[in-house]
Write a protein that binds this ligand. Structure first.
Ligand code: SF4
Length: 458
């Protein structure tokens, strides 16, 4: 079966989860011109970000997508034959692409196809995949926001650079489910990123389980892109993505010393001055019980140094309260840490056991009412910090990217806001803007999470 996107062979070894939830696998056949290839890449990028795997054969796939061409008769014949082959060898087939604009041609010969969509209809294709092969959603394990799987608009895209994880955090079963780190070679990632940008994507969201560890499994193998050599390594990836001239947002980074090197690129706006670091706690003893990577690092000193070098740096993080054995003193340490760290964006979970995680065996699980009370105290503190930090933006002019327009209000994001998880910038009088537009906004108001403003005079 033709493959359009290389998958490291090791991925085929991924195991089923202890809960029996299999990773859903999609086969992909891409025919036709470069435009069709861009659509295929876009669909695959979305599906990979949602946790689907790309199957290398018809037999290994749970469903097959055929992206067809209908330009000339021979291309139509080739497309119809490809659909026939996919039906014969797999049986569950979704058709998209140019020939999809003439569904009667397809259905006449292949009435068993599950769905036919037209060209450039990647949202519909992804919906059809969801319908016939639901994603394996798990708010604890998924990389995408907990609001669930949503299609990304055309102006931003998730770029998944690796799968699996070499860490062994005690509350997490991802390494058991998805195996050790398997990075995608840098040239492959950059080609995908470039195709997305050529297709109109203005913001790339880099995701993996541990973005700072990118390439360690490949021994930082070198690859070539646009005639230059890059290592498969976090800092080289940031440098290369910085060449694309779009917003590049880094998610799931750990505070290892080598991460310091990306801060100058952020100060120069080669990549966005935004780091999403799942700190999870502020107490060294809790972090040790969690077996967190870089748990011995003095994170507060690191944050201070980063902000010295890049004062506009936005820090987002998530935390777990009520981890087994968490004492009131350890929780107080977390609050103190938060006060000093002054993070811009914070999410919080109450610890809950996951079947198969080693933390389940730890003594002194925290009572649910204590977890609830600590969660409320933590969130109240985080909201106050966020409100204070956002208030400093009032009066400033910010560059924003528009996500939606409703009547006379455009909802946009600044470089400090990741889609779906952070706040927004509401632009009053922004009715003429369109989704995916850039705009300059004068900020006039702020609350705990969002900003308000109006278009800045040109
Ligand atoms: S870093 Fe820890 S929490 Fe994150 S995927 Fe790896 S083991 Fe799980």
């Amino acid at each position: 079966m033709p493959r359009i996107s290389g998958q490291p062979k090791a991925r085929a070894k991924l195991k089923a989860s202890p809960r029996g939830t299999r990773v859903p696998k999609v086969g992909f056949v891409s025919l036709g011109c470069p435009k069709a290839l861009v659509d295929s890449e876009r669909i695959l990028t979305q599906l990979r970000a949602e946790g689907y795997e790309v199957a290398p054969t018809y037999e290994a796939a749970d469903v097959v997508v055929v992206n067809t061409c209908g330009f000339i008769d021979s291309a139509v014949d080739e497309s119809l034959d490809a659909i026939g082959e996919a039906l014969e060898r797999n049986g569950r087939v979704i058709v998209t692409g140019c020939l999809g604009a003439r569904p009667e041609r397809i259905l006449e010969r292949h009435p068993r196809v599950l769905k036919v969509t037209g060209p450039h209809a990647y949202e519909e294709v992804v919906s059809a995949v969801h319908e016939h092969l639901p994603p394996r959603t798990d708010p604890f394990l998924d990389l995408l926001p907990p609001q669930g799987v949503r299609l990304t608009p055309r102006h931003y895209a998730y770029l998944k650079i690796a799968e699996g994880c070499n860490n062994r955090c005690s509350f997490c079963i991802i390494p058991t489910m998805r195996g050790d780190l398997v990075s995608r070679p840098i040239d492959e990632v950059m080609r995908e990123a470039e195709r997305l940008v050529n297709a109109g994507v203005k913001e790339l969201l880099v995701i993996s389980q541990d973005t700072s560890a990118y390439g360690a499994d490949l021994r930082y193998a070198r690859g070539s892109w646009r005639g230059q050599e890059y290592a498969t390594r976090f800092i080289d990836l940031a440098r290369a993505l910085g060449e694309l001239g779009v917003w590049v947002r880094m998610h799931y980074v750990y505070p290892y010393p080598h991460v310091d090197k990306v801060i100058p690129l952020m100060a120069e706006r080669r990549v966005l001055p935004y780091l999403d670091i799942p700190f999870q706690h502020g107490s060294a003893s809790v972090l040790k019980r969690m077996r967190r990577p870089a748990h011995a690092v003095d994170t507060l000193a690191r944050i201070r140094a980063w902000r010295d070098d890049c004062p506009d740096l936005t820090l987002r993080s998530t935390f777990i309260v009520g981890f087994p054995g968490e004492t009131e003193a350890e929780f107080a340490e977390l609050l103190k840490w938060l006060d000093e760290a002054q993070l811009d964006r914070v999410g919080c979970f109450k610890y809950s056991p996951v079947e198969g995680a080693t933390a389940n065996a730890l003594p002194d699980h925290v009572a649910p009412e204590v977890q609830e009370e600590r969660y409320a105290r933590f969130m109240e503190r985080a909201a106050r910090i966020s409100a204070r930090r956002l208030a400093t933006r009032v009066g400033r002019e910010l560059r924003v990217l528009v996500d939606t327009v409703d009547g006379d209000i455009a909802v946009a994001r600044s470089e400090a806001d990741a889609p779906q998880i952070d706040g927004v910038v509401r632009i009053e009088g922004g009715g003429k803007l369109r989704e995916g537009d850039w705009a300059r906004v004068r900020i006039t108001g702020a609350d705990a999470y969002d900003l308000t403003g109006h278009l800045a005079p040109k």
